[in-house]
Design a protein around this ligand. Structure first.
Ligand SMILES: Nc1ncnc2c1ncn2[C@@H]1O[C@H](COP(=O)(O)OP(=O)(O)O)[C@@H](O)[C@H]1O
Ligand SMILES: O=P(O)(O)OC[C@H]1O[C@](O)(COP(=O)(O)O)[C@@H](O)[C@@H]1O
Ligand SMILES: [Mg+2]
Length: 331
């Protein structure tokens, strides 16, 4: 009989992201393989506060890898957001003998994890968000699936937009981040992209460009608008009134968060889940796992929070150049 090395709890928090299940499975199976007891926490931080935790077996995570969403459920916990909630959560972890909490979530969840570590709980974070808005890592679980889902939807929109010679405004997710919009901008060959990090609110300039591109021969246009800029219906109306071009708005919304994870999301989530257990086994404390230069790595949680992420200038420039009629200035 192998002696139990300790108790690990794993939860998913914030917006769900395809690949979260693969990450949970990897934590559970690697944890068991290395001699730990692994508890699955239901409904994010709420599951700690409500003691909704179950000891997981190897079999409990079978048939989960290929599914989107999170079988542990997720939540945006208001109670945990308060100081009293974090204190209570730390006390419950202590009472249940949880040595380490693995948090799979986004920037908000990591802020919560960092706060929890101050109360003596060892926390390990795995980046799980479709938004790709976490500075210390070049990859976040769910982005690849979400951006491919959005890309396929926009391909469909372009076909109908083309047939009717319309302008289509399509809103993609990204609460305050334009990564899905930027990637779709390039992958879908959008004529315009509006990113919260870059858009200067100069709608007159945008409309002027749409007009000029029409005059230069474009028969239809796709404007990709990030959720962080928003107001897509109003924007479509404004474009139609100013240009006379029939314009429709489509908000892709939550469909971008569902679906079977891509191979990339499954593989990277699995690698990071196993790696999380490896660093726990090495005695590391309060770390975030991510990808740097194409390889899995870990970083101190405080250090990670000092980092800033920005839209790649060159990628933004490529999206802008490829989507605009470069010849309209010459006619
Ligand atoms: N500033 C914060 N301080 C402490 N906990 C936070 C903070 N922000 C978020 N959290 C916790 O993390 C949860 C998920 O955060 P949220 O921003 O909704 O999603 P994500 O982690 O995907 O970015 C919140 O419901 C809350 O419980
Ligand atoms: O599901 P909700 O609560 O409406 O949240 C929508 C938000 O969640 C996201 O899909 C993902 O964000 P998080 O991963 O940070 O939760 C954002 O793009 C979007 O703004
Ligand atoms: Mg977030």
């Amino acid at each position: 009989m192998i002696e139990c090395k300790g108790r690990i709890a794993v939860l998913t928090s914030g917006g769900d992201a395809p690949g979260m299940n693969a990450a949970v499975r990897a934590v559970v199976r690697t944890g068991i393989a290395k001699g730990y007891e692994v508890f699955g926490v239901k409904r994010g931080y709420n599951g700690i506060l409500n003691k909704e935790m179950e000891l997981m077996t190897f079999q409990d995570v079978s048939e989960k890898l290929q599914h989107g969403g999170t079988f542990l459920f997720t939540a945006r916990s208001a109670e945990f957001g308060e100081e009293a909630g974090k204190k209570k959560a730390a006390a419950i972890c202590k009472e249940m003998g949880i040595d380490t909490l693995v948090v799979i979530g986004g920037d908000g969840s990591f802020t919560g994890a960092k706060d929890l570590s101050k109360y003596g709980v060892n926390v390990i974070g795995l980046p799980g968000t479709i938004d790709l808005d976490i500075a210390y890592t070049e990859y976040t679980i769910g982005f690849d699936t979400a951006v491919n889902t959005a890309m396929e939807a926009i391909d469909r929109l372009r076909e109908t937009s083309n047939s009717h010679e319309r302008c289509s405004v399509v809103e993609v997710m990204g609460r305050s981040a334009g990564y899905i919009a930027l990637w779709c901008g390039i992958a879908n060959g959008a004529e315009e992209i509006l990113l919260p990090e870059r858009f200067d609110n100069d709608y007159d300039k945008l409309i002027e460009e749409i007009k000029k591109n029409r005059e230069a021969g474009m028969t239809h246009q796709v404007v990709i608008n990030a959720e962080g800029v928003g107001h897509s219906y109003e924007l479509a109306q404004r474009i139609e009134e100013a240009t006379g071009v029939e314009t429709r708005a489509t908000i892709l919304g939550h469909l971008q968060r569902g679906g079977s994870p891509t191979a990339r999301d499954r593989v990277y989530a699995s690698v990071m889940g196993s790696y999380a257990v490896d660093i726990i086994d090495q005695g590391k404390k309060n770390r975030l796992v991510g990808y740097k230069d194409g390889h899995v790595y870990d970083i101190d949680i405080e250090e990670a929070f000092k980092m800033k992420k920005s839209i790649d200038d060159y990628e933004y420039q490529v999206a802008s150049i490829l989507g605009t009629r470069c010849d309209y200035k010459n006619i």
